[in-house]
Design a binder for this molecule. Sequence first.
Ligand code: ADP
Ligand code: MG
Length: 407
Amino acid sequence: MKVIIQKFGGTSLKDDVGRKQATKHIANAVSEEYKVVVVVSAMGRKGDPYATDSLLSLISSRSIALPKREIDLLMACGEVISAVVMSSLVKEHGLSTTVLTGVHAGILTNNDFGNARISEIKTERIVSALNDNDVVIIPGFQGVTSNHETTTLGRGGSDTSAAALGVALDAQFIDIFTDVEGVMTADPAIVNNARPLKTITYTEVCNLAYQGAKVIHPRAVEIAMPARVPIRIRSTFSPSNGTIVTDKIEERDKRNITDRIVTGITYVGNISQIKISEKKNSHRLQSEVFKAMAEQEISVDFINISPNGVSYTVSESVTEKAITAIKQLGYEPVVEAECAKVSAVGAGMTGVPGVTAKIVSALTNEGIQIMQSADSHTTIWVLVKQQDLNKAVNALHETFQLNRISN
Ligand code: ADP
Ligand code: MG
């Protein structure tokens, strides 16, 4: 059986125009003799009636906090609605299809409600449904525990569902359809001349995704990579093949890939920088502060430890919680709110001198203050004020001439 996975994101399914476009891609794959497994996200974004955030807003103002198990029951509805709506369009198109939820499809997870991990997919029912139909539609982002409880997979969960199904069904391709042309040299929402990348390796796209390029969730890449199932990131609104993620790079593309020092510029906004200084007993400060953050389940980034104290960043949403915990330890933190982390990512920067110098001069020329920086062999990070974010991403995109890459 020649299987293809086609995942459609919420932005693509938000209205009838997008859903009809999605149906065309499904019909095309059927005409190419694929058995198609369609994975759908909930329709639209916050404000759209059946989007995940809109469902959550139905309970957010209540005074009683619901157990995570019940929140998952609510959140899983958005994808089910989307799957049934797509089923009606696909049938209208003359194709045979059936909907299997995470429960029906045998997508087994652990019981970490809200952020569950897929442990196994029992594919029998999917395979039998594919034998009987052209298309099987599966709501993404959901699974089931061994105790028959519905779970959701956390942020980017539909990408993860698509990747896990692709591996379990030994698919020819995992196609991630979204509202942009593919993986681009920067977020096209803030860089006008960002360019789509034709080919990219699993490692590169994983790095980009971890550093904020939300076009695909890194967990999905990590699932597909060891099985070497190729992923394509494509636009719902165009017929092009988009970006192909693979390790099998064709000879003529090899030079392009190994030559690029920087593949893309990414960012994560809405973070706060916390600084705590203490000259007398910095050892105690270091261990106490990070222990407290761990106890509060606050994830920390951009950690800088020196004999005079520590500084690190946290997401804006947990800043208050972090400050309270630090004050309880008797320290006075200095907080710089509204910051953003900008990253230049590229496997080709390893050992190349002058990359940091280029970044620093591009930003200082624009009058952007670098509040902190760090680097690894594939990424250089800088912390800037949120108000400088767009300017900083554009300046770095420009300085590495990413608008001129040839694919
Ligand atoms: P979906 O609803 O399809 O899951 P997402 O909003 O999760 O869509 O991801 C698509 C968005 O990712 C694009 O609209 C784009 O603004 C954003 N994005 C951020 N960085 C990049 C990048 N480097 N390449 C492409 N898109 C990016
Ligand atoms: Mg997405």
